[in-house]
Design a protein around this ligand. Sequence first.
Ligand SMILES: C[S@@+](CC[C@H](N)C(=O)[O-])C[C@H]1O[C@@H](n2cnc3c(N)ncnc32)[C@H](O)[C@@H]1O
Length: 299
Amino acid sequence: MAGLTYILDDLDYYSVAHQTYLGYATKSGPVGNWSEEAFAEVVVGGLSSRIMTKRPLTVLGIGSGAGDIDRKMMSKLLPLFPEVHNTIVEPSESQLSLFKELVKEDKGDLPNVTFTWREDTVDRYVEELESNLGGSGGICERFHLIHLVHSLYYTDDLTRTLRVLHQALEEGGVLFISILPNDSVFNKLDDIQIKHGASRPRLWTDQDVTASLDSLRLPHRLDRGTWCTPSSLCFQENSQDGQHLLDFWTHTKNFRRTASKDLQEEIFACLRSPASSKTETDGEILFFRDWVHITVVKE
Ligand SMILES: C[S@@+](CC[C@H](N)C(=O)[O-])C[C@H]1O[C@@H](n2cnc3c(N)ncnc32)[C@H](O)[C@@H]1O
């Protein structure tokens, strides 16, 4: 469908929609409880038993957005690794500005945390990393932790990206990936729109990532969970926040204004179905955001 704009084609607008989404989603609790349960136990616990560095812990965040998740990771890392250097790779200027603001606000709490900022895409960064790792005389920085939280979708060459990022880890380091499963609501909504003629890339899923890791013979651990996020406003026609939420879920800028009536009906039916959402006793509709965490340790 020619009239539908893929939201990732406008990174500034995506940033606004994503911030609105996080504002409502975190009302249902910490971001999926994942920082406490999965990250602290699997990633931080494992790192602290293997990494005995006197240097700052080196962390690479790709597609970190406005830093909401990175900040939570930092709060789990700092008690065990008091000095941390973050390299942040993020193509959206507006997301990076928000992240830098957050760092300014936190400065008093993060005296030993430093940053290198890169306004770039995962593929361009991985290409550079690969040529440095190739040993052409350039010094290649290695990382104790590399994380991609809902951003690995945007690489064109999944296997190469995973191979290069794994090579860029220090011994004992961790590659941590958060990704949507194959049957996620987002993928269902994309499929419906593609059936109606929308043009957009099919997002990599947990199955693609595990198949790539298997082909590289990289053992990995998988954890899966569901985060229920308040989303009733998606159904309110005149709500600005509702528009942002709906656009975030459909991956379509101005979905209500640009989608045909048939397409809208199919999308709303999908969102209201028991496979996609549940209704609380107070009437709030919670959409299911399933997640898969994939952890790879560099042996
Ligand atoms: C769903 S958001 C996740 C943000 C953050 N990690 C979080 O979980 O809150 C996806 C992020 O990927 C970024 N992104 C989009 N295209 C990208 C690309 N080609 N390479 C790296 N990141 C990209 C977006 O700008 C956005 O910040």
